[in-house]
Every structure is written in structure tokens, then in C-alpha cells.
Design a protein around this ligand. Sequence first.
Ligand SMILES: NC(=O)c1ccc[n+]([C@@H]2O[C@H](COP(=O)([O-])OP(=O)(O)OC[C@H]3O[C@@H](n4cnc5c(N)ncnc54)[C@H](OP(=O)(O)O)[C@@H]3O)[C@@H](O)[C@H]2O)c1
Length: 275
Amino acid sequence: MIALVTGASSGIGAATARRLAREPDCHVILLARRRERLEALARELGRASVIAADLTDPDTPARVAEQVEREHGRLDLLVNNAGVGGRGSFGSSGWAMVRRTMEVNFDAPVRLTEALLPLLRRSAPSAIVNVASVAGRVSRPGSGAYSASKYALVGWTEALQIEERRHGVYVALVLPGFVPTEGLPQRELLANPMTRWMVSKPEKVADAIVDAALRHRPERYVPRPYGIIPVLRMLFPGLYRRAVGGGRFTPTAAHQQPRRGEPPADPPEANSPER
Ligand SMILES: NC(=O)c1ccc[n+]([C@@H]2O[C@H](COP(=O)([O-])OP(=O)(O)OC[C@H]3O[C@@H](n4cnc5c(N)ncnc54)[C@H](OP(=O)(O)O)[C@@H]3O)[C@@H](O)[C@H]2O)c1
């Protein structure tokens, strides 16, 4: 099996690469910008290779497709995992943050999938796993840009799932809840004993990604009980707004480090538990 994992230099992507490497005869192609990290992981895994690339570069999708075709001649699994947090209220971060977040979390997986789809169809049965988020089904303050990008990813994936089934390309959606990683450290939830239980692990998401890919599962929440949240949001919208409006689930500057080339997040709100 040839599997390509984007965002493999840290967090959920690195955990997924490690999990895939335990599958018999699986060669993992690791993609992200930080080459040295990918090379260290490739050495650790053994059967792995590296593509250091920025997924927002216009040339990246064609370059990746050409390299995978030339080196392997097939692709059995594409995991669209790379993503950024996109934090900050709209009033402070504006359209620039929405645009940047959409570019990485939505445009990049769509463009990479477009470039690799002919190879995935020729390698059928094959699979695509798109890593969305519970934030792709419910939103919260300070997370509008991120949610917009994940809602878009969810909507596009649901159509692709049905379109590609007849070509033997099984498309899955994995929707993690809160997982402490470099880009999304979830410090506010870990610091609070009332919310610590809500936080999962990258390895659990990796298991769900591999399970969805190999068993052709269309959708997985991680942890599974998070699937109730969008249902509750639909049934009790007022209650949901009160719950997320209190600040407990609002990412703030204290726990959201700005990433390379991104504006800093908002200062803590008056109702933030960290003040
Ligand atoms: N952690 C959570 O709580 C959580 C919850 C729900 C969903 N998710 C989703 O899970 C996925 C993985 O996130 P994570 O939590 O594991 O975060 P992470 O540790 O920050 O990993 C993000 C990965 O994306 C890569 N990346 C970012 N921009 C890129 C670009 N322009 N080109 C190529 N690669 C890029 C990063 O690598 P380089 O910097 O080396 O390029 C890194 O490997 C994301 O889609 C995220 O939205 C996470």
C-alpha cells in the first residue's frame, strides 16, 4: 500500500504516519514544509519517503502528483490532514485570517485531491480521508475562520464521497474534537479539571483515520461521543449559544501561539477563564 499523509511533520499527521507504518507492506509518503522533521520521521519509520512542500504554492499539487506517479506508479490512500488553527474574532483578524485559513484547510486539500484523483482512480480500490473537525459542524467564538474552512471541507467531502464511490475511491471524513498538538495546544481545556476529560490524543485520531481508510467507513468522530454535539446544536440552538458564549471554549492568545506568517490571536476576553 502506498499512502500519502499531509501535515506529517507533527501532531495528528505524524501519529497517522506512525500508525500506517505498522500496516504490512505500507510505504508512507510524508508531506509538510519542515523537511528536517519529515526526514527524521522517515528514518524512524523505515519504509517512508519525504516530500517537503508548501501546499498553498500553486505548483505543489502537480509536482506531488508527478513525483508519486514516477516513484510509485500508484496511490492507495491520500490523507488530507495538514491544517492551521485560524483563531481570533472576525473583528480583530478580519478577512485576511479567513482567507489564509481557507487557503490551507480547504483550497489546499481540494487542489491536491484534484491532482491525485486520476492516480487514485487507477489504483482503485483506494481511499481518501479528509481530516475535518467537530468545528466543521458547530462553531464557537474566536474560531469563525477555522469553522468556515472546516464546514467547507465537510460539505465538499460529503458530495465527493458519493461521486467517487462508483470509481472505487472511498472517501471518508474524520472529525476530531479537541486534541493537544503543536498548532492547537488546547491549553485552556487541559488547565481546567472540568474540561480536561474532553481532550483526546493524536494516536486516537490516527487509529480512526486508518480504520476509516481500510474499512471504508464514511465518517468518524473522535472521540465518538462528540457526534452528539452537532445534534444538540440543531435541537437546542439557544442552549448551545449560551454554553459556548461563556468563554470556556474560546481560544485566546494565552494558549494560541501565532503560526508562521499569521497575525496573533485576540487578547483574552473579559470572560475568559484565564483572566
Ligand atoms: N488538534 C486538534 O484539536 C484538532 C481538532 C480537530 C481537527 N484538527 C485537524 O487536524 C489536522 C492536523 O492538525 P494538528 O492538530 O495535528 O496540528 P499541527 O500539529 O499543527 O499539524 C499541522 C500540520 O500541517 C502542516 N501544514 C500547515 N500548513 C501547511 C502548508 N501550507 N503546507 C504543508 N503543510 C502544512 C504542518 O507542517 P509544517 O509546518 O511543517 O508545514 C503540520 O505538519 C488539521 O487539519 C486540524 O485542523 C485538529
